[in-house]
Design a protein around this ligand. Sequence first.
Ligand SMILES: Cc1cc2nc3c(=O)[nH]c(=O)nc-3n(C[C@H](O)[C@H](O)[C@H](O)COP(=O)(O)OP(=O)(O)OC[C@H]3O[C@@H](n4cnc5c(N)ncnc54)[C@H](O)[C@@H]3O)c2cc1C
Length: 290
Amino acid sequence: MKFQRNEPLKKHTSLRIGGLADYFFQPKNIEELAEALELARKNKLPVAVLGGGTNLLVLEQGFRGLVIKLGRGLNTVTIEGSKIRVGAGVLLPNLIVTLAKKGVGGLEFLAGVPGSVGGAVVMNAGAWGKEIGQYVAEVRVLDHAGQEKVLKKSKLKLGYRSSLFQNSNWILTEVLLNLRRKKPKLIKERLLYYLTKRRASQPLGIPNCGSVFKNPKNDYAGRLIEAAGCKGLRIGDAQVSVKHANFIVNLGEANAKDVIKIMTRVQKAVKERFKILLEPEVKIMVKSAT
Ligand SMILES: Cc1cc2nc3c(=O)[nH]c(=O)nc-3n(C[C@H](O)[C@H](O)[C@H](O)COP(=O)(O)OP(=O)(O)OC[C@H]3O[C@@H](n4cnc5c(N)ncnc54)[C@H](O)[C@@H]3O)c2cc1C
């Protein structure tokens, strides 16, 4: 087993920002993942996990330890009627298209959400009033000691863009989804409907990390940020998108400091104007327990 050294993490985040990981590894299967964790434990290396890196801000100092990217290796999809078993590394857009072709529907509302299936469950990704958690039956996980467990949905503490995994050292390796049989033609129509809505409102094509802040109760972070006068706010090459104020885009050479400065300015402006403290949705890769 060989870890890559000094891997630029900006290559692995949709914001195209981030310093080097001391060690970087993409396991080909669960056995390799368990082995990598074991090696990290023996060498006292902190471990961080990423999927598609589409909701992640990596700082300029990168990560002093082992970054594990779950992708190509954990990418099986098994359809058993309306129960779908999916490796955590499967890309969500690929899953949605595969299921559409096989006449399995339910996740169309997530059309256009990038990233991995594992990341989607960790973040309880959602759109248009629905969340992936509604369709999760159980998940398979490994802890940093390489112990495997199956957790039923009731144990996952799924909430608005939150789950148990955001405060644990478990690595999600597989998800069992409960979906529905539908006509492929109907699924494709729904996909097109949701993709069109998304294209109209989001700055696709410019590096970003999706919504930066969670929506506060009964309101929208984007609306508050715009009303507080922050739409278009630019620091270095980081900018509050002029298309959707809850997105920060990287216009070229933005760095994590610029993004964090913008986030702080936005929080301050919204707090002053509306007395609401916006809570970040984007995750910052800092450190992790071994
Ligand atoms: C253009 C764009 C549009 C977006 N639209 C939406 C939207 O509509 N709705 C929405 O909810 N999100 C949206 N997002 C955000 C993002 O795509 C989702 O949160 C996505 O599900 C994250 O998956 P990921 O694999 O990229 O996770 P990453 O960004 O890689 O990781 C996110 C967090 O999960 C952890 N993690 C990832 N995989 C695992 C794993 N297997 N086990 C344990 N921990 C893990 C990471 O350590 C990190 O803390 C959007 C992003 C972009 C760029």
